[in-house]
Each structure stands twice: as structure tokens, then as C-alpha cells.
Design a binder for this molecule. Structure first.
Ligand code: MLT
Length: 262
């Protein structure tokens, strides 16, 4: 696995890359970064070239905008720009949680450039009224306690009950990835998630083979919601990941990777 920086027109994008073959772009969730995909990157499935960027403002990627100037469409356009820079005309795309929101925005912008789609632990709907109020509370926590506070708030929900009990090191590893982010980058993402469009109508138009994956202990985007989403996508299958919560690719990498390339 290698860590690289692409110098694009207006900012730098840091990404991790591993394996060779058909390009597969992996989009991380909030409030993480490309490191979320380490289990897949250290053992890339045969025949796949994995590319995992830090989304704009996360980890080593520049924000290049005001914290209130980023939308899901911005992140999606960034991914397309990185693909062009890497001379990847088309790719399989996997997005987990916020990465799934970005993947759907990418399909909306350039469906022809997505050959296969993996939506993991995510949802197509916009934030509810309660969800938007929770975003405002998260912005307050971020303003008061920084990324540390966001981590403290989210960690118990990100990881499943089994993981928190059986893999205590993973909690520390995820905390380190969260704390590697800047307040401005996290603020931009919270605002972008709060303002994101409903993608429900888009689901029926997705033409490429799709896998919807969900950790069986996911309390943020539960299995029933992910399964319902898979039912409206024409060519989709649904897979649950045992003993895993919201960060299913990290919590049960073997089962997740098998589903990813299925
Ligand atoms: C994520 O994991 O990306 C977030 O939990 C998504 C969200 O808060 O909507």
C-alpha cells in the first residue's frame, strides 16, 4: 500500500492505493479518512486496484473552501477530478455511510463512470428534522471540544457492541483517525450532510450491478433501512456483516471484502 498526494487544480488530495487491476474507489465515512479502508488496502482482493482518497478537508486533503461552501456534489466532483488525474475513466465505487452519500451524488453526476456500486451502512434519504437538529448539536460539540469531542460523541455509535467488547484496540485506532482531522474539515462535512438532497428517486435509476452491505449491529443506519434501499435498486443484492456495527469494513474485514468483490 502506498500513500500519495495528487496536486490538483486548486488543492492537494491525499489518497492510499494498493493492488492492481480494475480500479475500485473507496469512499470513507464521517468523521474518518482513507485509513478507514486499511483492512482492505493491506490485503487487496486479487484483480482490483484500490484507491481510497481522504475526502476534501479530511486527513491530508486540503479543504480549499470555506466550511460552509461544501456539498455532497462538491465531494463527488472531487472524486471525478481525482479519477481523471489518475487516468481512470470508469471505476467500481464503494461508499460507506457519508461515503455512500458521496457515491450517490457521483452516480447523479456521472453514472456512466461508475461500473459497479457498493453502498455500505448508508441511506438514500436526506436528514430528518431531528437529524438536522442533531447536526447542529454536533457543530456545537465540535466548536467547544474540537475533533476529540466529535470522536467521544460518535465512537459508541460507530462501532458495534461486539467490536467494543472484543476488539478494544479498534476503538483506539478509530479515535486516532478521527483526531487526525481538522475542525474546519469536520464542520464542512457536517454542514454538507445536513444539507444533502434526498436521493431516494435516484435509486430506481441505478443501472450498474450494486451491492448493499450493512453491519448487523449498525445502530446509525440499521440493516432494515439498508435492505429496503437495496430492494428499490434494480440490480442489487443485500448482504449483512455479522458481528459488525456501522464501520462494518473495519469490524469484520473478511466478510466485508468478500461482499465488496462479490
Ligand atoms: C458516517 O458514518 O459517515 C456518518 O455517521 C453519517 C451520518 O452521520 O449521517
Amino acid at each position: 500500500m502506498i500513500s500519495k498526494v495528487a496536486r490538483l487544480s486548486t488543492r492537494s488530495v491525499r489518497y492510499l492505493e494498493a493492488g492492481s487491476g480494475t480500479p475500485f474507489v473507496l469512499l470513507h465515512g464521517f468523521p474518518l479518512g482513507a485509513e478507514q479502508w486499511l483492512p482492505q488496502l493491506v490485503q487487496p482482493p486479487a484483480g482490483w486496484r484500490l484507491v481510497a482518497p481522504d475526502l476534501r478537508g479530511f486527513g491530508g486533503s486540503g479543504l480549499g473552501a470555506a466550511p460552509d461552501g461544501v456539498t455532497m456534489a462538491t465531494y463527488a466532483a472531487d472524486v471525478l477530478e481525482l479519477m481523471a488525474h489518475l487516468e481512470i475513466p470508469k471505476a467500481a465505487v464503494a461508499g460507506l455511510s457519508m461515503g455512500g452519500y458521496v457515491a450517490l451524488a457521483l452516480v447523479r453526476q456521472a453514472a456512466a463512470r461508475v461500473t459497479r456500486l457498493v453502498l455500505a451502512d448508508t441511506r438514500a434519504t436526506a436528514d430528518s428534522v431531528e437529524g438536522r437538529a442533531a447536526r447542529d448539536r454536533m457543530l456545537e460539540i465540535l466548536g467547544r471540544d474540537g475533533p476529540l469531542g466529535v470522536g467521544r460523541e460518535m465512537l459508541p455509535k460507530l462501532l458495534g457492541e461486539t467490536t467494543r467488547r472484543a476488539q478494544p484496540d479498534l476503538t483506539d485506532a478509530v479515535r486516532r483517525v478521527i483526531e487526525n482531522n481538522t475542525p474546519d474539515g469536520l464542520e464542512a462535512a457536517i454542514r454538507a450532510m445536513k444539507g444533502r438532497a434526498d436521493s431516494t428517486a435516484l435509486l430506481g435509476t441505478i443501472a450498474c450491478p450494486t451491492v448493499v452491505i450493512c453491519g448487523e449491529e449498525d445502530v446509525i443506519t440499521p440493516p432494515a433501512e439498508n435492505e429496503a434501499m437495496s430492494r428499490v435498486i434494480p440490480n442489487a443484492t443485500f448482504v449483512t456483516i455479522p458481528h459488525a456495527g456501522h464501520l462494518s469494513n473495519l469490524e469484520n474485514p473478511a466478510a466485508f471484502t468478500a461482499a465488496l468483490v462479490s
